[in-house]
Design a protein around this ligand. Structure first.
Ligand SMILES: [Zn+2]
Ligand SMILES: [Zn+2]
Length: 251
């Protein structure tokens, strides 16, 4: 739904990925992150009131600002829910949603907030979700989603790094994943330690974890996209693609 790093671009909202899984009689839908601008794109693909869960990686606006927008949508918009929407994130995420609303405590009323620790595991419909601590200056999680594949009888695994610098914990979480959705926030450059991966480091993470496919995301609007793809490919032998709005990856 959105893949622009830190700042929305002319073509993309910030971080938001819709995970859709066959749950037998219906499609289970989970949003991984809900960054600034993402709820617009989300409305083109799914009914925001019909989401089954929202999992946020951390409290930076490009990953969660539109959780407040979703709160407004659920309180005042069309559609209604019988049960609160699970809103999952690291320590302090509920307070961050209230902050975005300027201290609006009622912002959390549509949600069932679950603040989790790195290493926690949970079940979300047909998905098993495990977490690891990401290497970022605020409490931040990476997520591993395991569930039924589009190929009958098989299991598929997606790992989303959220925002992270190089991390043994994230590498362990990503081990053997079918698809690694990895941030490459520094692109072909470098930046302050403890924030982001370069594109080459995202490739190195994919190689180290032995994943099947690498999807590079969180490139800033001004990033060198082709150069980032080349830098990641120098470090990773498998398939690589750049995230773009509307892209669908089947597992
Ligand atoms: Zn970010
Ligand atoms: Zn961040």
């Amino acid at each position: 739904m959105g893949c622009s790093g830190s700042v929305a671009s002319a073509d993309s909202a910030t971080s938001c990925y819709l995970v859709e899984v066959d749950a037998g009689d219906r499609v289970y839908r989970l949003a991984a992150d809900l960054g600034s601008g993402a709820i617009g794109a989300l409305q083109r693909q799914a009914d925001p009131a019909g989401l089954d869960a929202v999992l946020l990686t951390h409290g930076h606006p490009d990953h969660m600002a539109d959780a407040y927008g979703l709160s407004v949508y659920l309180r005042y918009g069309p559609g209604s829910r019988e049960t609160p929407l699970p809103l999952v994130g690291p320590s302090g995420i509920g307070a961050r949603v209230v902050d975005v609303g300027g201290g609006d405590d009622s912002a959390l009323s549509p949600f069932a907030v679950h603040e989790v620790d790195p290493g926690d595991e949970g079940t979300f419909g047909p998905l098993t979700v495990t977490t690891a601590r990401a290497n970022h200056p605020v409490p931040a999680l990476a997520y591993r989603f395991t569930g039924p594949s589009v190929c009958d009888g098989k299991t598929a695994t997606l790992v989303y790094t959220g925002d992270t610098d190089v991390s043994d914990d994230v590498a362990a979480l990503a081990q053997g994943a079918d698809v690694l959705l990895a941030e490459a926030g520094w692109g072909t450059g470098t930046g302050t330690p403890g924030y982001h991966l370069t594109a080459r480091q995202a490739g190195e993470l994919a190689q180290r974890a032995g994943v099947g496919r690498l999807v590079l995301t969180h490139l800033a609007p001004w990033a060198d996209r082709d150069g980032s793809l080349d830098a990641a490919a120098d470090a990773f032998d498998g398939d690589i693609q750049l995230a773009v709005p509307g892209a669908v990856v089947e597992l």
